[in-house]
Design a protein around this ligand. Sequence first.
Ligand code: CA
Length: 226
Amino acid sequence: MRLLVVEDERRLAERLAAGLREEGFAADVAHGLAAARDRSLEADYDLVLLDLRLPDGSGTDLLREWRTEGFTAPVLVLTAQDRTEEKVAGLDAGADDYLTKPFAFEELLARVRSLLRRRATPPVEVVEVGDLRFDRTARTASRGSRPLDLTPKELALLEYFLLHPGVALARATLAEHVWDADYEARSNVVDVIVGRLRRKLEADGAPRLLHTVPGVGWRLSIEPPR
Ligand code: CA
């Protein structure tokens, strides 16, 4: 899942992005409206954290603009303390939730995960494919009775495959949704992490779930490739 953090307080922005990356998200940062607008044209974000008070204008205006243009990703607005009118304006402009500063990172994380889960129809907490079980809240995965020891990035990648079962996902699609702007197009990091995830999924001789689709990328399926 790729997130955009729009926040002009640089230390806060970096702290949020670093915390989110530790949890396996891809996170880009924009310090103002103009940068946020540019970023949103370059990448297809799964969620945006939007500070409403930015040096070059109001986040509410950008949000309204995005919603008019059909930007549907969930937006969590960050507001100053005791600014009821700001929260109302944010929600009216199309925000899905808000958080009042200062906040605990754990709360932000819980709200981000909740918004991402709600986005799925129907909302899913636990995804199962064959004997693979993925708990989106606890961030754990298992095959049969065997728990999988996955890093946050591997969990994020597996989650993305599980949300698109049976679909051949291209390297570029995975790079866009699971990695952030620091991803280097020519690097083989996607292949490396897919390979590592596949080995962990197939430990103890478990049947293959991540199938290579020649010329495209990979597909998660319990069915063998045609
Ligand atoms: Ca601000």
